[in-house]
Design a protein. Structure first.
Length: 369
């Protein structure tokens, strides 16, 4: 299934002879390329969240594409610490630097937690999505829609997304109808896949492993809620600044890798750096984010934008400021408005269906409070 943090591997160009070939390449967390899949379970790292489309060329990779941060708010309206690469020009960034004091970190965590809770409390929620990600010399552009209705065991959601890269397109559809959580995906020329998880059994399991989550299992299933919750599992938010974006007062909250998660995800990188706190942005593989930045409305605690930041380029690279490699924008947001129940009706042909319920149940674990 998916989440706005699907992973796409490098798509630097085309091999001699024609179409894109699939292979193993560095992975990139895309701004919004299909949601966390049914197969992408709760404890997966962010570079494995969602769709994986690995493409490479026979020859050397071209120069990187321009930054995807093409809707940058006016610089005078963004505090220096909230700007791309802040704190990295005169000091080499590490997981132990730029964390701020405990009070600031606590505030940052409260803002993110409050934004996540806003989704669960809403009687209904809908938003359009705009996404862009830089992968090698290619810029992937996509759009989508997310709708959600109901509370607790009555909650339903639907997420759909299309992302394009050159002549290929990548489609994702997630639907939770209350009985099953379905995930359909088509990645370019790859074989279409259809997966599902039994919602009732997930809820029953949560009553044992995470009772507080049983009333709202969506973060353990898919959709936008799961994607945002997973950000909080993998990153620790330690910096927050007030700003004005598009005329609205917002919080800009920034987080970096949780050291333990980083060590479990990239053990060789961490070992070579002498520990997680020795890792700097240039040491991460191309496309793996160094930090994440979330823009949250002050008045409503609604997430308006998510950015993934890193030092792009073929390794090795020198130390320089990080910059956005992927951006997700949420716009035309409506809370507690009317939702057409037909959005949650889904009856696909079951040929080739993969039921992941048993595997999913084994991997369920409490989310970070």
């Amino acid at each position: 299934m998916s989440g706005p943090f699907a992973t796409f591997a490098g798509c630097p160009g085309r091999p001699r002879g024609g179409s894109l070939r699939c292979g193993t390449a560095t992975r990139v967390v895309v701004g919004f390329v299909g949601l966390l899949g049914l197969g992408r379970l709760t404890m997966e790292p962010p570079l494995g969240l969602g769709r994986t489309a690995t493409c490479y060329a026979d020859g050397p990779a071209p120069a990187p594409a321009a930054s995807v941060y093409d809707r940058r708010p006016r610089p005078d309206r963004i505090p220096p610490t909230a700007r791309p690469g802040a704190g990295t020009t005169t000091e080499v960034a590490s997981l132990g630097s730029g964390e701020g004091d405990r009070e600031t970190a606590a505030q940052a965590e409260r803002i993110v937690a409050g934004a996540l809770a806003t989704f669960g409390r809403a009687a209904s929620f809908s938003t359009r999505l705009r996404q862009k990600a830089r992968i090698g010399s290619r810029v992937l552009v996509g759009s989508g829609r997310y709708v959600q209705s109901g509370h607790a065991d009555e909650q339903r959601f639907r997420f759909e997304s299309t992302l394009e890269c050159d002549t290929e397109s990548f489609e994702t559809l997630d639907v939770c109808d209350g009985l099953f959580c379905w995930s359909y995906q088509r990645d370019g020329g790859e074989v279409e896949t259809l997966r599902r998880v039994d919602v009732r059994r997930v809820r029953e399991r949560l009553e044992h492993v995470d009772p507080a989550a049983a009333a709202n299992p969506a973060p353990h299933l898919g959709g936008l809620q799961r994607s945002l919750w997973m950000l909080r599992q993998w990153f620790r938010f330690t910096a927050v600044d007030a700003a004005e974006v598009d005329g609205a007062s917002v919080w800009i909250v920034e987080g970096r890798w949780d050291p333990e998660r980083l060590a479990a995800t990239l053990p060789r990188v961490v070992e070579a750096a002498g520990g997680a706190h020795g890792v700097t942005p240039r040491l991460l593989p191309d496309g793996v984010p160094w930090s994440v930045r979330i823009v949250v409305g002050k008045s409503d605690l609604l997430v308006r934008r998510v950015e993934w930041l890193a030092i792009p380029g073929t390794r090795p690279v020198g130390e320089r400021p990080v910059e956005p490699i992927a951006v997700l924008d949420l716009f035309d947001i409506q809370v507690d408005g009317p939702i057409d129940a037909a959005a949650f009706f889904y009856q696909p042909a079951t040929t080739g269906l993969i039921d992941l319920t048993e595997e999913h149940l084994k991997r369920l674990a409490p989310m970070r409070p």
